[in-house]
Ligand binder design. Structure first.
Ligand code: GAL
Length: 417
């Protein structure tokens, strides 16, 4: 069952023929960042949620279709006892497979794995956490459970009544509506898709309850250009991540060029974290966390907290890395240099500082030989003082000639001022 569900969740259902673009954001070079005027106005009226990239936990990456009420309660307890809540991970998001049937009035019910959603929301809130839920604009979710088509306002109101604070809205079977209504007309299909996301946006607004609105449609139609115009606080830029270094790094590196579309309230989402899942090594987990922090990506952990090792906890809760992700400037970083497996990415931080990450995506350690640090491209003309974040060490002055040894699949992360 779980494998079947995982397969369904692997980004795209079989009938999603368009979900194949490598699952990675296409270059945004030349794309217009034109904010929608109507939306800018609407946004001004809406309460600001996600002023910094949302942080929390989601059930899919580890539990997938097996998630239960007990898993959510255990996770809530552990977010508190491990210190994750206090490090910023406040949203507890139930992904697909919580949905039951509709009652005679058409009101969505949770299924037997979630006996009382309101009680669960109360429990999560009692821990100082917030609750997230999942649906689709189609008739069925990606795992083929009941979804919101034709019930948008009713569902949004039900979520609000339960006390939901965050909705992930996953395109899934809405694709069949798009192809049925506009066969062979991709622009018309995309218009229907945008309208479906706007419909749920309006439904959420109508409830009067602030909810983070997370768009999940795998980056189609350059969602970063129109995500804010349908109320998206974050939008997936890719197909699904999985718990292996290649998939994670392909997705992360594929975000180059999207920085200009991120801003407070509106974030590019390269998918949830796999830190602590699969067989990712310490260096790989650090690379994953660093890349997501440089990208100002939502930090939605996806591991099983009942089995979290101190090492994994140390990666997820590194305060300096989280501070880079959550920096108040709200600027996403970008790649400033690439040579083979070595890439240097920089993210502007408040106070004129910059985060500088030197990645080694290669299979052997890199001594950086003749690779300069490219401090000018990172915004430093004169001298620069560095702190090594993962080593928790002040390095003092550095120059373009300072060389680092970067392990296989590893990273050196600096805060430079
Ligand atoms: C996928 C989505 C995953 C997960 C899954 C659930 O489409 O990308 O993150 O939500 O559906 O079925």
């Amino acid at each position: 069952m779980r494998d079947w569900l995982r397969m369904l969740g692997a980004g795209c259902l079989g009938f999603f023929v368009m979900c194949g673009v490598g699952g990675v954001a296409q270059s945004a070079a030349g794309a217009k960042a034109a904010p929608h005027k109507a939306v800018a106005k609407a946004a001004a009226k809406e309460p600001m949620v996600a002023a910094t990239p949302p942080m929390g936990w989601n059930s899919w990456n580890f539990f997938a279709g097996k998630v239960t009420d007990k898993d959510i309660r255990d996770t809530a307890d552990l977010l508190v006892s491990t210190g994750m809540r206090d490090a910023g991970y406040v949203y507890v998001n139930i992904d697909d497979t919580w949905e039951g049937d509709r009652d005679a009035q058409g009101r969505i019910q949770s299924n037997s794995k979630f006996p009382d959603m309101k009680a669960l929301a109360d429990y999560v809130h009692s821990k100082g956490l917030k609750l997230g839920i999942y649906s689709s604009p189609g008739a069925k979710t990606c795992a083929r459970f009941e979804a919101s088509l034709g019930h948008e306002e009713q569902d949004a109101q039900t979520y609000a009544d339960w006390g939901v604070d965050y909705l992930k809205y996953d395109l899934c079977s809405y694709r069949t509506v798009m192809t049925a209504q506009a066969p062979d007309d991709i622009p018309a299909q995309y218009k229907l898709m945008r309208e479906a996301y706007e419909k749920m946006h309006q439904a959420i607004l109508k409830t009067g309850r602030p909810m983070v609105y997370s768009l999940c449609q795998y980056g189609w139609d350059s969602v970063w250009e129109w995500g804010p115009s349908v109320g998206g606080n974050l939008w997936r830029t890719t197909g699904d991540i999985s718990a292996n270094f290649d998939r994670m790094s392909v997705i992360g590196r594929g975000q180059a060029g999207l920085a200009k579309f991120a801003a407070p309230g509106h974030w590019n989402d390269p998918d949830m974290l796999e830190v602590g899942n699969g067989k990712l090594t310490l260096d790989e987990n650090r690379t994953h966390m660093t890349l997501w922090a440089i990208l100002a990506a939502p930090l939605i952990a996806g591991n099983n907290l009942t089995q979290m090792t101190p090492e994994v906890g140390g990666v997820l809760m590194n305060k300096d890395v989280i501070a880079i992700d959550q920096d108040v400037l709200g600027r996403q970083g970008d790649r400033i240099f690439a040579q083979g497996p070595v890439e240097i990415w920089a993210k502007p931080l408040s106070g004129g500082r910059k985060a500088l990450a030197i990645f080694n995506f290669g299979e052997t350690a890199s001594e950086m030989r003749r690779i300069s640090l490219h401090l000018k491209e990172a915004g430093f003309l004169g001298h620069a003082i560095a702190h090594d974040v993962w080593a928790a060490k002040d390095l003092g002055p550095i120059s373009d000639d300072t060389k680092f040894s970067v392990p296989r699949h590893g990273v050196v992360l600096l805060v430079v001022r």
